[in-house]
Design a protein around this ligand. Sequence first.
Ligand SMILES: *Cc1c(COP(=O)(O)O)cnc(C)c1O
Length: 427
Amino acid sequence: MNFTRSRSLYDEAVQYIPGGVNSPVRSCKAVGTKPIFVTSGKGCHITDVDGNSYIDYVCSWGPLILGHAPEPVIKALKNTLPGGTSFGIPTPIEIEMAKKIVEMVPSIEKVRMVNSGTEAVMSAIRLARGYTGRSKIVKFDGCYHGHSDCLLVEAGSGVATLAIPGSPGVPENLVKDTISLPYNNLDAVKNLAKDIGSEIACIILEPVAGNMGVVPPGEGYLEGLRKICDDNGIVLIFDEVMTGFRVSRGGAQELYGVYPDITCLGKVIGGGMPVGAYGGSKEIMSSVAPEGNVYQAGTLSGNPLAMSAGLAQLEVLSDPAIYKELEEKSAYLEKGIMDAARKSGVDIHANRVGSMGCVFFNNRPVTDFESAKKSDTGKYASFFRSMLEEGVYLAPSQFEAYFVSTAHEEKDLDKTIEAAARAFKML
Ligand SMILES: *Cc1c(COP(=O)(O)O)cnc(C)c1O
């Protein structure tokens, strides 16, 4: 494959943009190459500036569950655009969006729109602290909750990929109330709650972790956290920015039947536009300004362009048959890849919940950040580069998920499996 134009654009980009990218996870440092520059996408395919075409499993890091440029979303954007992009005054579509979210996500009765997942989580933490009058927050190693200060502790995603523990620019003072515990270890949480349960404002987690690769919750883990929170007056926050509308229509809470006090949403909710949201019971959301006094605001929040794209996508997803289709496609892909690896004698362990999954180059099952970190990132890098040459675009990091969309057809999945078989042979 020829990357001449991408290489020359990258050389130009690094002169004006830090690292040449507007988010570190787009960098291909960890897989020993440089980013491609994309011109367009349609369905499950993307095309780069050199005219190369790829089957895409990044899907904008999750939002594009219907693939690139799906008709309902493009149509909604076209219809809305001539009427203006933003008012900062209420518009009717904001009510439609809120009603749709309340209808789809079991534990949400009231919801506030924001512009990113980071913003949703940051606001949810403030709400939990304001509501309980407590300061301490508990998160889990390898979970990523956006880049706000108090959550950049043992975070996953790009922080894990680049192996940085926290971040310069986050004063110790701002993380002194953040406690990070191992994921999938209920005893660690029980012991902490025994000591300081009455000081903890919230426990926040990805109910299916997707930012250390994909790690599902163990049997009884979510139920156990729910109980600890109930026993200690702690707010349980599910960060469903990745899992919301992804692992099922109503997210991980619907799939596992465990309901948080606050849910954070992002990614799929915006249909590819910058959107996030946080919501919960009427009682807890009544603390948010102007109803209550926990302040949170946004100039562009709920703007009609973003709302129409998101709503159009959620309307398609209201049909539960979509999730059956996604599960079947994803299971087919996973099985094909596992079989190919076995035939080549490559040791991999795959984790998957619905249409989000991960192939770990690891000879043991991955259940937390410790075990995820034991994966062979060098092997993943080689695999990534081979797959790129084969016309398959994967996340440029072992610690990220792949996403299957409704636009991935059987022939695309077959091509991917054949490509993987060749890539495994080259390891
Ligand atoms: C992506 C992600 C975020 C951050 O969302 P942004 O829109 O990138 O700010 C937060 N939490 C989880 C679980 C995510 O996957």
